[in-house]
Write a protein that binds this ligand. Structure first.
Ligand SMILES: [Zn+2]
Length: 78
Protein backbone atom coordinates (compact mmCIF):
# COMPACT_ATOMS: atom_id res chain seq x y z
CA UNK A 1 0.00 0.00 0.00
CA UNK A 2 1.03 3.58 -0.40
CA UNK A 3 0.72 6.46 2.01
CA UNK A 4 0.09 9.98 0.83
CA UNK A 5 3.08 12.09 1.98
CA UNK A 6 0.79 15.05 2.73
CA UNK A 7 -2.39 13.78 4.39
CA UNK A 8 -1.17 10.30 5.37
CA UNK A 9 -4.08 8.50 3.75
CA UNK A 10 -3.40 4.86 2.88
CA UNK A 11 -4.30 3.67 -0.59
CA UNK A 12 -3.45 1.00 -3.14
CA UNK A 13 -1.86 3.61 -5.36
CA UNK A 14 -1.57 7.38 -5.38
CA UNK A 15 -4.31 8.29 -7.80
CA UNK A 16 -4.90 11.41 -9.81
CA UNK A 17 -8.36 11.57 -8.21
CA UNK A 18 -6.84 11.72 -4.73
CA UNK A 19 -4.36 14.42 -5.71
CA UNK A 20 -6.99 16.57 -7.41
CA UNK A 21 -9.80 16.13 -4.88
CA UNK A 22 -7.69 16.34 -1.70
CA UNK A 23 -4.78 18.51 -2.73
CA UNK A 24 -5.95 20.45 -5.79
CA UNK A 25 -2.98 19.31 -7.86
CA UNK A 26 -2.59 16.81 -10.64
CA UNK A 27 -0.70 13.64 -9.74
CA UNK A 28 2.32 14.86 -11.69
CA UNK A 29 2.38 18.24 -9.91
CA UNK A 30 1.80 16.56 -6.58
CA UNK A 31 4.79 14.23 -6.97
CA UNK A 32 6.94 17.11 -8.22
CA UNK A 33 6.11 19.12 -5.07
CA UNK A 34 5.89 16.43 -2.41
CA UNK A 35 7.71 13.41 -3.80
CA UNK A 36 6.40 9.93 -4.47
CA UNK A 37 4.05 8.28 -1.99
CA UNK A 38 5.71 6.10 0.66
CA UNK A 39 5.38 2.36 0.26
CA UNK A 40 3.82 0.91 3.40
CA UNK A 41 4.29 -2.78 4.08
CA UNK A 42 0.93 -4.55 4.15
CA UNK A 43 2.20 -6.94 6.87
CA UNK A 44 -0.53 -5.92 9.32
CA UNK A 45 -3.37 -7.08 7.12
CA UNK A 46 -4.80 -10.43 8.17
CA UNK A 47 -3.79 -12.68 5.29
CA UNK A 48 -0.25 -11.36 5.14
CA UNK A 49 0.10 -11.60 8.91
CA UNK A 50 -0.93 -15.26 8.85
CA UNK A 51 1.38 -15.90 5.95
CA UNK A 52 4.32 -14.25 7.75
CA UNK A 53 3.61 -16.35 10.83
CA UNK A 54 3.73 -19.48 8.65
CA UNK A 55 7.27 -18.56 7.58
CA UNK A 56 8.95 -18.27 10.96
CA UNK A 57 12.60 -17.60 10.10
CA UNK A 58 13.04 -14.47 8.07
CA UNK A 59 16.48 -13.71 6.72
CA UNK A 60 17.18 -10.56 4.79
CA UNK A 61 16.73 -12.42 1.49
CA UNK A 62 13.56 -14.10 2.67
CA UNK A 63 12.26 -10.74 3.77
CA UNK A 64 12.75 -9.33 0.28
CA UNK A 65 10.99 -12.37 -1.16
CA UNK A 66 8.19 -11.87 1.34
CA UNK A 67 7.83 -8.25 0.28
CA UNK A 68 7.67 -9.26 -3.38
CA UNK A 69 5.17 -12.01 -2.61
CA UNK A 70 3.04 -9.62 -0.60
CA UNK A 71 2.99 -7.23 -3.50
CA UNK A 72 2.02 -10.04 -5.86
CA UNK A 73 -0.72 -11.15 -3.49
CA UNK A 74 -2.11 -7.66 -3.22
CA UNK A 75 -1.76 -7.14 -6.94
CA UNK A 76 -4.00 -10.15 -7.53
CA UNK A 77 -6.51 -9.08 -4.94
CA UNK A 78 -6.87 -5.53 -6.14
ZN1 LIG B 1 -3.33 13.06 0.35
Amino acid sequence: MYQCPVCGELMDALTNVHCVSKHQETRREFIAHHGAPKFVSPRLTGDIQRWIRATQIITRTDFDVAQASARNLLGKRY
